[in-house]
Design a protein around this ligand. Structure first.
Ligand code: THU
Length: 158
């Protein structure tokens, strides 16, 4: 049977990251306070580093019409596009805060977010590194967003 393996880096604490990635994760953590999530009370925030070094942040924004919720990851991609049109995002740190538990494992981007992150990196032809952490605990780093979307749909099929 064919198999597909996903490889990623796991660091027991952020201290194992490069100073740049540590700073990006800290920027994401600080952005959690902006999350507008009165329905789930689940906060998600992200910080993106662009190819020119600019850092932008974003967070989840919910709506009384639940399906209209905007996830932190596409909000951050949109913030990057507004801030520096045409400039690729080369890394994104994503972190979360649950209202009911201290999340000790990284929460992974949902399927829709993975699709959008992967489109971004294929569009610009540059890997988009993902740095994931819960409230505490290990940090997982994926060298490119496509690693989280095996067998994903891509424009090459159109
Ligand atoms: N959420 C994100 O912001 N990103 C994800 O990848 C998964 C889920 C948000 C949406 C909603 O506001 C809350 O988390 C609970 O699902």
């Amino acid at each position: 049977m064919p198999t597909h393996a996903i490889s990623y880096h796991s660091f027991s604490t952020p201290a194992g990251l490069s100073p740049e990635d540590q700073a990006l994760l800290e920027a994401a953590r600080q952005a959690l306070v902006h999350s507008y999530s009165p329905y789930s009370n689940f906060k998600v925030a992200a910080a993106a580093r662009l190819a020119d070094g600019t850092v932008v942040t974003g967070w989840n924004t919910e709506n009384a019409a639940y399906p209209m919720c905007i996830c932190a990851e596409p909000a951050t991609l949109a913030a990057a596009a507004s801030s520096r049109p045409g400039m690729p995002v080369i890394a994104m740190a994503i972190t979360v805060k649950s209202p009911t538990q201290v999340l000790e494992e990284p929460a992974s981007p949902c399927g829709s977010c993975r699709q959008q992150l992967h489109e971004h990196e294929t569009r610009f032809g540059q890997p988009l590194r993902l740095i994931l952490r819960g409230e505490t605990g290990p940090v997982y780093v994926f060298d490119k967003a496509g690693d989280l979307l095996p067998f994903g749909f891509s424009g090459g099929m159109l």
